[in-house]
Design a protein around this ligand. Structure first.
Ligand code: PMT
Length: 404
């Protein structure tokens, strides 16, 4: 689901040093498929000229109510057409004007006519941000139903250290997508496992697999964006946890089992994307195995089968819980997936071919076939893992009757 595709986003840019970040924000919004219109204050133009925004947005930028725009009510046209408004950066002055209903320039007059969701991204010096009058104005705007994105903390342009920095543009886009996504998983507790497990041979070596965590993290991110309370039990991966998701780090299958079972009771939907190692060394060494200990050519490691976490959950699950497994197959996708669904008592299994480019492990894309307990199935063509995640959740909502 490309949330911002074909949407009309109105970007309000007001005068602070962070205007340079609004340029990148505009670029990312365009990349996400939005038609972006920009309205700027006079002060904003002192930092970055309107031409930059005009070229990148491919739209006229409104700066002056009385300039030679195509329409004499350009501010009303912009406000009416917008699906969402982002004000970034939002200065103390802007926040004060919006909170008190002042409309004395192109920007504030346009904002007065807006009826769609508005996200305000304050950015200023820490003392200004913490000023009681600014905070009071932000409270008023929040009570009016506008969304306030807290600023980041760090070293500011004025060299002070504290809250007031405009969040990174990708994060603003992420939050905007969340704002615009229907909350069809609100109130649902969703337990997801992702990434590989690693099984120690000795303190420096292990058995594992190629899972990068991308698929599981995409599902977690989408479920959170759609309003779910998400717990992500994750093996070792190089990915940041999606914002707002409770992440539990594990390494081995045994640790993953413990955490999954601990969180199982509260879960409404369980999605097991993790690639769990099927075997672990019988007897992991507590010190590093030295070369001299392994002179024999036929060195071998005795393995024990790991417990199947999904099968265990399948036995424990209640009628109200919806259990989804994944199947990574190199051949006989359908046959193997159906066997796993039956054996592990799943409501649904998402089967993907691994070992081919663009699908399965490590890739940014995936292609899969979903099988359901009632014998039906659904194909998901090759697409970005974020889009696969949304389609997967759409299907779970439909099959589990979870939609709010
Ligand atoms: O992480 P990425 O790089 O993005 O790659 C995504 C993926 C290929 C890992 C993912 O799409 C996927 O297919 N995950 C399941 C991988 C897997 O372990 O498949 P399996 O067929 O071996 O296991 C079937 C199911 O049983 C899985 O839900 C697995 O989590 C579960 N299982 C397996 C063994 C075990 N001991 N315990 C389990 O719970």
């Amino acid at each position: 689901m490309k949330i911002l595709e074909n949407t009309n986003i109105l970007l309000g840019v007001t005068g602070g040093i962070a205007v340079y970040k609004a340029v990148e924000l505009l670029r990312l919004l365009k990349k996400a498929g939005a038609d972006v219109h920009v309205v700027m204050t006079d002060a904003a133009q002192k930092f970055v000229g309107r031409v930059t925004f005009e070229v990148l947005s491919e739209n006229h930028v409104l700066c002056d109510l009385f300039e030679d725009a195509e329409s004499s009510v350009k501010h009303i046209d912009l406000a009416t057409a917008a699906d969402a408004v982002v004000i970034a950066p939002a200065t103390a002055n802007t926040i004060g004007k919006l909170a008190n209903g002042i409309a004395d320039d192109a920007f504030s007059t346009t904002m007065m006519a807006v009826t769609c969701p508005v996200m305000i991204c304050p950015s200023m010096n820490t003392d200004m941000y913490q000023n009681i009058r600014v905070q009071r104005n932000l409270d008023i705007l929040e009570q009016d139903g506008l969304h306030i994105l807290d600023p980041d903390s760090g070293v500011l342009a004025c060299k002070t250290v504290g809250a007031g920095r405009l969040p990174e543009p990708w994060f603003i886009v992420d939050q905007l997508e969340e704002l615009m996504t229907p909350n069809d998983l609100a109130g649902e507790n969703i337990l997801i496992s992702a990434g590989p497990t690693i099984e120690a041979i000795d303190p420096v070596r292990f058995i594992s697999n190629h899972s990068s965590g991308k698929m599981g993290y995409a599902v977690a991110r989408a479920a959170k964006r759609r309003g779910g309370n998400v717990t992500l039990v994750s093996g070792p991966v190089n990915l940041d946890a999606p914002v707002g998701v409770e992440k539990v780090d594990v390494e081995s299958c045994d640790q993953m089992k413990k955490e999954m079972l601990e969180h199982l009771k509260n879960a409404d939907i369980i999605i097991k994307v993790a690639a769990v190692a099927d075997y672990k060394p019988n007897d992991p060494m507590t010190s590093k195995i030295k070369k001299k200990d392994t002179k024999k050519k036929d060195l071998s490691i005795a393995l024990t089968e790991n417990q199947d976490i999904l099968k265990l959950i399948g036995k424990k699950k209640t009628k109200k819980q919806f259990l989804v497994g994944f199947a990574a197959e190199t051949d006989d996708l359908e046959k193997n997936a159906l066997i796993k669904m039956e054996k592990k008592n799943l409501d649904m299994i998402a089967a993907n071919i691994v070992g081919v480019e663009g699908s399965g492990f490590k890739a940014d894309t995936n292609k899969m076939k979903l099988f359901f307990k009632d014998g039906s199935f659904k194909d998901i063509p090759l697409m970005d893992k974020n889009d696969v995640a949304d389609l997967l959740l759409d299907t779970i909502i439909e099959k589990a009757g979870k939609s709010k």
